[in-house]
Write a protein that binds this ligand. Structure first.
Ligand SMILES: [Zn+2]
Length: 128
């Protein structure tokens, strides 16, 4: 049996999402500042510097996607369809939303999408 999201739950999720949104934006700002900063690369420090930058670029991409999910979730709260899977239209599991308030898909769809994208991405990632 699936419990549907009630108003109180949604209000709580909205608060969590807004907090997360400001945290993620702040982190993104820091990372972007780091990426834009002028660097004098010493010959023997070059590798570390490049590694750091690549790591940061990857992190920025992850955070940007996360921010998008958060914004999508907030928009769906405003529209009144929060907690509905964007892929199959079924309600997203409450337990899942508690762990991941920005979830836009139900667990089944998420797993399926991950299975499909795993072909291009060898590491296994469970993110809910
Ligand atoms: Zn679904």
């Amino acid at each position: 049996m699936t419990t549907t999201a009630n108003a109180q739950f949604i209000a709580m999720e909205r608060k969590k999402l807004l907090e997360e949104q400001s945290q993620v934006s702040e982190e993104l700002t820091h990372l972007r500042e780091f990426m834009q900063a002028e660097v004098d690369v010493e010959p023997d420090e070059g590798d570390t510097e490049i590694f750091e930058r690549e790591k940061n670029a990857a992190l920025i991409a992850v955070l940007e996607r996360r921010l998008q999910d958060i914004e999508t979730a907030l928009k769906s709260i405003d529209k009144g369809d929060y907690g509905t899977c964007s892929r199959c239209g079924n309600p997203i599991e409450i337990e899942r939303l508690e762990v991941k308030p920005d979830a836009t898909m139900c667990l089944n769809c998420q797993r399926e999408v991950e299975r499909m994208s795993r072909r291009n991405r060898p590491q296994r990632q469970i993110d809910w």
